[in-house]
Design a protein around this ligand. Structure first.
Ligand SMILES: Nc1ncnc2c1ncn2[C@@H]1O[C@H](COP(=O)(O)OP(=O)(O)O)[C@@H](O)[C@H]1O
Ligand SMILES: [Mg+2]
Length: 323
């Protein structure tokens, strides 16, 4: 007799768990609509880069997610809990650093963490774990008043990590740091998901920072989400173009026209060919053959993808809003 087998695990429609989500969240300050019905989904394990120019509404969204602001409409869910209805449970798994962390300057780093630890009612051993995570064990017994800004930021991060949060929220974590401090903080953030299992939701107004750190990106502009997904998906939205150097120009132009490139950008004998429909390697090869048949000299023909910055500029309307 065979024993009934348990049914195989059914994969859910979306295999990844969403740690934090915004559903149509609108936040107004008086007459100003800072968030205009935003939707975001932050999957477990991500470093989610929340990118947007100054004034886009990033801090507002973060304050909403931390329960510091109550949006006029929409829902926020954290770890499966509705923030408005189950505030305590929702926020229990969140650690956050917004702006410069407020620490007691006359206490040591360790003493500062101990104050928080007692408030949280958690084990003393977690202090050393947090110090270790941010590489601050050696400086832990010095007074915070003597710390550099970078050290204060790291101590703020240690405090946010004390209660072993599943979700870590960081608002512009490298703002104000010097280049070395920025580099250290980025390295630290990059290592955190693996070292702690936490999902990271961090804001930045710097595309390069998000490009270097994030697995996912949410693009915010004027309180609206322009993109929410993986960095790879964002790259895929980039339309490729063909760079062609060929001559003589008066011979090349009709071939381009016949090949469907109606409006090439021309710089001397260099042409930049764009076509939102399809620029494929096959089409490039066909063009090359046509140019050759027409007796043109082709010295360069290559397919080029717009970089992330160009995509970003395109999505944000050429960045004219960027501060
Ligand atoms: N407490 C507030 N009262 C009124 N307006 C605010 C307040 N906080 C932010 N704003 C406005 O809301 C918009 C979004 O601000 P913010 O969320 O700080 O953007 P970001 O963090 O992306 O720079 C801005 O126009 C800002 O001036
Ligand atoms: Mg901000």
């Amino acid at each position: 007799m065979t024993l009934p087998r348990s049914p195989p695990m059914r994969p859910s429609a979306d295999m990844t768990e969403t740690v934090l989500s915004f559903h149509q969240v609108t936040q107004r300050y008086g007459r100003l609509t800072a968030l205009d019905g935003i939707d975001l989904a932050i999957p477990a394990g991500a470093i989610y880069g929340f990118l947007g120019p100054n004034g886009a509404g990033k801090t507002t969204a973060i304050r909403c997610a931390m329960g510091l602001l109550r949006p006029q409409s929409g829902r926020i869910r954290i770890g499966g809990h509705d923030l408005a209805r189950s505030r305590r449970q929702a926020l229990a798994s969140v650690g956050a650093v917004i702006e410069t962390p407020a620490l007691f300057p006359n206490l040591t780093g360790r003493e500062n963490l101990d104050v928080s630890r007692r408030l949280l009612g958690i084990a003393p051993a977690l202090i050393d774990r947090a110090l270790e995570l941010v590489d601050m064990r050696e400086a832990a017994d010095r007074r915070v008043g003597q710390y550099s800004l970078g050290m204060k930021q790291r101590m703020g991060l240690a405090r946010a990590l004390l209660a072993e949060p599943k979700l870590l929220i960081l608002d512009e974590p490298t703002n104000g740091l010097d280049p070395a401090g920025i580099r250290d903080m980025r390295a630290l953030i990059r290592a955190l998901p693996e070292r702690t299992g936490a999902t990271i939701f961090m804001s930045s107004h710097l595309l390069s920072e998000i490009e270097q750190l994030a697995s996912h990106v949410g693009l915010l502009q004027k309180g609206r989400v322009l993109f929410d997904g993986t960095l790879e998906d964002l790259s895929r939205q980039q339309t490729p173009r063909l760079i062609l150097t060929a001559g003589p120009p008066e011979q090349v132009a009709p071939v381009l026209h016949a090949a469907g490139f109606a409006d090439p950008i021309r710089e001397g004998d260099r042409f930049i060919l764009t076509d939102p429909v399809a620029i494929t390697p096959e089409r490039a090869a066909a063009l090359n053959a046509a140019l050759h048949d027409a007796g043109c000299q082709v010295s360069e023909l290559r397919l080029e993808r717009a970089d992330l910055e160009t995509t970003f500029m395109t999505l944000t309307g050429h960045g004219e809003e960027a501060a």
